[in-house]
Structure formats: structure tokens, C-alpha cells
Design a protein around this ligand. Structure first.
Ligand SMILES: Nc1nc2c(ncn2[C@@H]2O[C@H](COP(=O)(O)OP(=O)(O)OP(=O)(O)O)[C@@H](O)[C@H]2O)c(=O)[nH]1
Length: 547
């Protein structure tokens, strides 16, 4: 039904208003809905040209009530009914999307609904008429949508805190807090928690809501500074954003201490400035092909569009006739923005991890041979020793030194020496199994770590490595160079520390050198009869020296 909405200038006694004595003061029909005029309390008359029949149990709905309180006089009913989202007159029978006023007799032609509205909110309330069945259906759809949006926000917020705890990245905590406050703010203005004990006192206060919104903006600014790395990438914008945050912080503090409306404006001003700064910053960064900038722009833009549409539409400024679903689309765009930012954060985390892995791979690589360097093989050794300790498994290591390498260097130059090292490292590596690791320990020395391997098996592998080098000469250009390896193998004794294991393998290698090079020495795994420690002793055994 087309409703005619008229405002009565100035407050008056109900009896006087209802008698029609003040009808001359009624203004022209309004489009923009019921919103705050000069005074917080005002009278509104609603009529329907041609009248509204009582069939279908018609209801008058006032959408987006937030902090407005309404006394309604409807045709055929004595005295007013009271309606509000919060407080004693909250209506548990309907969703929070609108105040619902029953019209048991419809609105007969020539009669009117009179509303005395105490406006506590800046948003306009839209009066519409629906039948009871439609109101119930719309209520269910509204509650389902709100549950979805608020659940998305709350879950993402909790996830962000869990990520912060897991990764130690503070930007996740700021993001989680921002989502938490955004959820609270949506719940406050939407009235979703109005029937929860205590929510009434908290959410029905403009000051409390300004503080919630302000804290949300502060967390958002902190998060974006971190996420976009503004300090480094756009220092001028970082300073501006800090200014915006200072205004918001001051406003929040003021709202906490006193009731002056200026503080409330300070929060809102800081919010608008921060949003503009962020949009500018993310656009500049996105144009520079910055990934984080693009994510923020993609998530911020729809939000900003919906906020602008809401602010300029019928709900707030009344510059255009915005659709009724717009406030819910705004809530949805909050959830969408958070989802995009969550994905962006996860992506950033992956990028950081990739960078770290690359850096650590670079730090642990030996440039000449492509094997692990000393630090790399030592850390692998520590890892394998730890695993062997936990699993109670055997493990061995092999220390390898190229024989007579210095003369090759001296006779053919360092370039040929380097080539030798490359070829030898390649041949040794080819003898290893999947889990074995090899690194260049320094100069012409290599260390091989053999997980789940006892001395006997390690000896076999060491001999294969030795054979792979000594059975074929190293070919470098025209040169054919014979080479050999001295190898020391040691199996880790139960509970043996790394240093001792390495020392025993080194001593076994020394034994190989002493015994004439190009051979393998295995360190004993058990003390010799009559001795308490495991010594290195030499025993010739078919080309293999046993220690
Ligand atoms: N070409 C080249 N030579 C290196 C590199 N690092 C160390 N060296 C040389 O490797 C040689 C190592 O010699 P040693 O292991 O002490 O002596 P060796 O001649 O191999 O004698 P034994 O080990 O006793 O058989 C030295 O001459 C070092 O200058 C490298 O990266 N490239």
C-alpha cells in the first residue's frame, strides 16, 4: 500500500495531536522515512489513500529502528503501544530488522496511524505495510542471513587469533580484533543480541557503540599498516593514517569519559579519514602491482561502495531511493571483505614462508657443488640424530676426503680442482639412497648422513662411493685424472652425542689416510674386550680397514 508520511512540527500532548487539532501544522508528504528532525522527539502521521483493509492481518513495519523508540496509536485501539529494539519494549516475537506494529482494523480511509518517535539514531526508519505471513517469512530469511554473516565474521575472527597464536604474526591479532569489533558493531546496530541479558545496557548506548566502532577502526588501521607494510612502502600515508588513528583514539577516550557529542563526531571523522587514506594507499600500491595492495583494494572497494550507497540513500541522507535490502548487502560486504582479507593474509603468510625457505636454502647451499654446505649438513645431522634417538634406530655417518687433491690444484689450477670437486660430489651422491644426505664439510671433505643404517650397511655404501670415484678417471677436457677417497664410517652408539660421533668418524678417516688412502675405515661400535670405551683400532680386512 502506498503510505503517506507527514511530520508534525514540534512536540505536543497526545490528546491534542490525536484530536486532529494540530493537523494544520502537518508538513507535506515526505519520502525519506522517519528520521531525526530538529528535536529528538517528533510526531508522524501515516495514512493510506483509499484506506487499508484489515484482511491478512496487516502490520506496519519500521525498518532499521536501532535506538529509536516509538509510541504508536493505531485505528481501533485505545491508547498507544510501545515499540523499541532494546529495553523493556523489545519484541521477542519478531526479528530485529523492524519494529512491527499490528493494525487489527487496518487503516480505514480518513483515519491515521500516529507515531510519537523518540529518535536515538541517525538512520531513517522506513514505514512499510506487509501482511502477517509475509512478515514471518521475511523475518526468517533475515535471521538466516544475519546468522550467516555474523558467523562468518566471528569464525574468521577466531581463526585470525588462532593463526596469531600459531605463527606469532601480530597482524593476525589486529585483524582478529578488527573483525571482533566489526561483528560487535553490526550486532549493536542490528539488534541481533537484544534479548541477551546485559546486551541492552551495552548496545543501547550511543557512547558504547561509538567506542566499539572506534576500537574497530584503530585495530583495522594497525592491521593495514602491518599488512600493507606502509611504514616502508608509503611512509607519507602511514603518517596520515596515524593522524586518523589519533583522532579516533581521542574520540574513543572522550566517549569513555563524557557525553559530549563532539567526541562521537571525532570517532566518525577519524573513521571516514582512515577509510579514505586506506583506499588511496591500497590503490597506489595496487597500481604498483603490489599484491597486498590489490587484496586490500578488492576487499575495501565493495565495502566503501555499499557504505557510500547507504550513507547517501534513503536510509541516511535521503539523496536517492535506495532499495530495502541495502543494509543487509552492507553487512554481507563486511563478511566478503573479511573473507578476502583472510585469504590475503594466508597468502602473505605463504609468501613469507616461501621467502624464508628460499633464504634458508641459499644459506645452506654449497655454491660449487650444489650440495648442502657445512651449516646445512650439520643441521641435517642434528635432525637425523634426534629422529634416531626418538625412534631408537641405528644411524651412521661417513666422512670422506679426496686423496691427493692439493697436487691436482697445484698442477692444473684451481679451475680444474673445482671441476674435480663437482664430478666427485656428483659420483658420491649417485650412490646414496632417498633419505641419505650429503654435504660439503669444507675444502675437499664431505660428510654423508645415513639414517636407519647400521655400520655394516654403511660400509657397503661407503665402498660403493669409493669405487665410483676410483674405478673411472675424472675427465676434465683433455685431462684424465685418477682419484681416490679416504672414508671414515661410524655408527652412532646408544645415547652418543653428535660431537663424539663426528670425532669417531673423523678418527676413522684419519686411520684410512694413515693406512695408505683410497679405503674405508669403520669405527668400532663396541668396546674391545677389556676396554670400557670404543677406541679406534686398525684391522686389515681385504682392502677395508676396520677400526
Ligand atoms: N679447487 C679448489 N680447491 C680447494 C677448494 N677448497 C679447498 N681447496 C684445496 O684443497 C686442498 C686440500 O688439501 P688437503 O686435503 O689438505 O691435502 P690433499 O692434497 O688432499 O692430501 P690428503 O687429503 O692428505 O690426501 C688445498 O690445496 C686447498 O687449497 C675449492 O673450493 N676449490
Amino acid at each position: 500500500a502506498p503510505l503517506v508520511l507527514q511530520f508534525l512540527a514540534g512536540d505536543a500532548e497526545p490528546a491534542e495531536v490525536l484530536s486532529g487539532a494540530l493537523d494544520a501544522r502537518l508538513g507535506a508528504p515526505l519520502q525519506g522515512g522517519i528520521k531525526r528532525q530538529e528535536h529528538p522527539v517528533g510526531w508522524w502521521r501515516i495514512t493510506v489513500p483509499g484506506g487499508l483493509a484489515a484482511e491478512g492481518e496487516p502490520r506496519l513495519l519500521l525498518e532499521q529502528p536501532f535506538l529509536n523508540r516509538v509510541d504508536a496509536w493505531v485505528p481501533g485501539r485505545q491508547g498507544p503501544t510501545r515499540h523499541a529494539l532494546y529495553g523493556a519494549h523489545a519484541d521477542p516475537g519478531h526479528s530485529a530488522r523492524a519494529l512491527v506494529i499490528e493494525l487489527p482494523h487496518g487503516i480505514p480511509e480518513g483515519e491515521a496511524v500516529w507515531l510519537r518517535v523518540h529518535t536515538g539514531s541517525l538512520m531513517a526508519m522506513h514505514p512499510t505495510i506487509d501482511n502477517a505471513a509475509q512478515v514471518r517469512a521475511d523475518d526468517l530469511a533475515y535471521v538466516a542471513w544475519r546468522m550467516f554473516v555474523l558467523t562468518v565474521l566471528a569464525v574468521l575472527s577466531l581463526l585470525a587469533f588462532a593463526f596469531c597464536a600459531g605463527t606469532g604474526e601480530t597482524s593476525f591479532a589486529w585483524f582478529g580484533a578488527m573483525l571482533g569489533f566489526a561483528t560487535l558493531y553490526l550486532v549493536a546496530i542490528g539488534g541481533d543480541a537484544r534479548l541477551v541479558p546485559g546486551a541492552d545496557a551495552m548496545f543501547s548506548s550511543t557512547r558504547a557503540n561509538a567506542i566499539i566502532a572506534g576500537l574497530g577502526v584503530l585495530c583495522s588501521n594497525m592491521f593495514q599498516r602491518d599488512y600493507l607494510d606502509l611504514r616502508r612502502k608509503l611512509p607519507w600515508l602511514d603518517r596520515l593514517l596515524r593522524g586518523g588513528s589519533a583522532l579516533v583514539a581521542l574520540g574513543c577516550l572522550g566517549c569513555a569519559l563524557g557525553d559530549w557529542r563532539g567526541f562521537w563526531h571525532l570517532v566518525n571523522g577519524g573513521l571516514v579519514l582512515s577509510a579514505i587514506f586506506l583506499l588511496v594507499g591500497s590503490t597506489v600500491l595496487a597500481l604498483r602491482r603490489d599484491r597486498a595492495g590489490r587484496v586490500v583494494m578488492a576487499s575495501w572497494l565493495p565495502l566503501m561502495v555499499f557504505i557510500s550507497l547507504t550513507a547517501t540513500g534513503t536510509g541516511m541522507l535521503g539523496l536517492w531511493d535506495s532499495p530495502r535490502w541495502l543494509p543487509q548487502a552492507l553487512a554481507g560486504s563486511f563478511a566478503l571483505a573479511s573473507l578476502l582479507l583472510s585469504i590475503g593474509l594466508a597468502d602473505k603468510l605463504l609468501e613469507l614462508r616461501r621467502d624464508r625457505d628460499h633464504a634458508s636454502a641459499r644459506a645452506h647451499a654449497d655454491e660449487l657443488t650444489g650440495l648442502l654446505n657445512r651449516a646445512g649438513i650439520e643441521s641435517e645431522l642434528a635432525r637425523v640424530v634426534q629422529a634416531a634417538q626418538r625412534g631408537g634406530q641405528a644411524m651412521s655417518i661417513a666422512f670422506i676426503d679426496l686423496d691427493h687433491f692439493k697436487p691436482i690444484n697445484d698442477a692444473h689450477g684451481h679451475g680444474v680442482g673445482d671441476q674435480c670437486l663437482r664430478i666427485v660430489s656428483q659420483r658420491i651422491r649417485n650412490q646414496l639412497r632417498g633419505d641419505d644426505v650429503i654435504g660439503r664439510y669444507g675444502g675437499d671433505e664431505f660428510l654423508v648422513v645415513l639414517p636407519a643404517t647400521a655400520a655394516g650397511e654403511a660400509l657397503g655404501i661407503a665402498r660403493r662411493m669409493l669405487d665410483s670415484v676410483r674405478q673411472r678417471p675424472l675427465t676434465i677436457g683433455e685431462l684424465r685424472l685418477d682419484a681416490g677417497l679416504s672414508i671414515g664410517v661410524a655408527e652412532r652408539l646408544h645415547g652418543e652425542p653428535i660431537e663424539s660421533l663426528v670425532e669417531r668418524a673423523d678418527a676413522a678417516l684419519y686411520s684410512s689416510k694413515q693406512a695408505g688412502r683410497s679405503r674405508v675405515t669403520v669405527a668400532r661400535t663396541e668396546p674391545a674386550p677389556g676396554q670400557d670405551a670404543v677406541p679406534i683400532i686398525n684391522r686389515r680386512d681385504g682392502g677395508v680397514t676396520w677400526g
